[in-house]
Design a protein around this ligand. Sequence first.
Ligand SMILES: Cc1cc2nc3c(=O)[nH]c(=O)nc-3n(C[C@H](O)[C@H](O)[C@H](O)COP(=O)(O)OP(=O)(O)OC[C@H]3O[C@@H](n4cnc5c(N)ncnc54)[C@H](O)[C@@H]3O)c2cc1C
Length: 438
Amino acid sequence: MAQNLNVAIIGGGYAGMAAAAELAAKRVPLTLFDSSRVLGGRARVVEAHGCRLDNGLHILLGAYRETLRLMRLVGVDTGKLLLRLPLTMSYPGQLHLSAPHLPAPLHLLLGLLSARGLSWREKLAAIRFMQALKRCHFKLAEGGSVTVADLLSAQAQPQRVCDLLWLPLCVAALNTPPQSASAQVFCNVLRDSLAAQREASDMLLPRTDLTSLFPDLAAAYVAARGGEILRNTPIRKISREDDGFVLQGTSHDFGRYSHVITAVAPYHLAALVDALPQLASLLEAVAAIRYQPIITCHFGYPPEVRLPLPMLGHAHGIMQWLFDRGQLCGTPGVLAAVISAQGRHLELPREALLRAIHAEIAGIVPNLPAPLWSHLINEKRATFACTPSVRRPATRTALPGLLLAGDYVSGDYPATLEGAVRSGVATAASILGELPAG
Ligand SMILES: Cc1cc2nc3c(=O)[nH]c(=O)nc-3n(C[C@H](O)[C@H](O)[C@H](O)COP(=O)(O)OP(=O)(O)OC[C@H]3O[C@@H](n4cnc5c(N)ncnc54)[C@H](O)[C@@H]3O)c2cc1C
């Protein structure tokens, strides 16, 4: 019976909020704790220069099935708050590829065939690559040991197809350089996006900040069903007593809970659970996880500055993607450049990096004036490094009642919103599965 349950969720990022919404939908009593006063974790609003910015620009895909389902559950108007665009890779002067509104797989086939900027030989090579993956059902015989660079070279993909298509997709999805990125996880992403129904490959660009997009509405949904959301409430330690779990806060303890879901980033897990001997081998695996950064630079230009599209790609430079927050979020003149994964740019001092990116934007926007302000956020541990050797822990731990949620938990996806949400949903399903039928 739900009455015998009392669940604590530590962490109000997308994983924790997904777990909370799923449990609240079944009226399971719960308390969610987050150390920050802003929900969303690594996908959160940042207020600066009079604007609601984000810590990092996020792209969702039509394939984000569980994220979209939970958004609708908690009342997000996804038609209004997400700009749905057909998959588009647009590199001014180099490549323009847009998948037309046709049923799969024609959308991809015609998108590739009609792409401007690739030769016929290059287009056919890209199509051959997708066909080869389809033939093996996107399961690589070499299993977990191959990198994306190995795979592309084994499939003889021409350099320009790699530079303009596969490598940007790899870095955008896995946030890991192709030389060390897991080919199998890359194949999973291609399977569920490019090779699935046309809608799955659509790009969904948020039209609001990332805290308003889901976590805040999920919190309201949970509260309306009797759940408690405690912001600004860090948890220091989890301990196991005979009659349940106890959480140590900064000034007092919280408890007792039948279940605890830890929904913190992997690098915050050890501090919470290091007193629980059952979790020693789990902590060893988590300690071996490595991370990759993402840098986001917002620039405030005069309001008339605008990009030809809401989002552009940029090859052979420092920034990889450029977003027009004026077109997306109603803040005209605000552009945001994204640089995923490690690279030479990390050697540049902050001001030099901002200047270099402004110069790259000036190569796209004619007569670009100097920015009125700029704001750089370096998320040094944005995601786990999605390498072939990374060991991702399971939802259930060796301590019954203590479950793991988060983008690093075992699953098909790299560190993404969908990976985080799916892991949260899995923890809720595990707890609800313990309830007697009927
Ligand atoms: C800059 C950037 C760009 C990205 N771009 C994309 C993208 O385009 N598309 C995409 O799908 N994904 C993207 N991602 C990845 C995505 O943001 C993450 O995978 C996802 O947000 C992880 O969610 P999570 O809930 O697992 O963890 P987190 O978001 O890290 O949530 C953990 C929460 O736990 C809280 N917490 C930690 N310790 C404690 C404690 N002791 N007590 C209480 N609370 C605690 C934190 O405050 C935080 O709110 C990006 C990430 C970054 C950083």
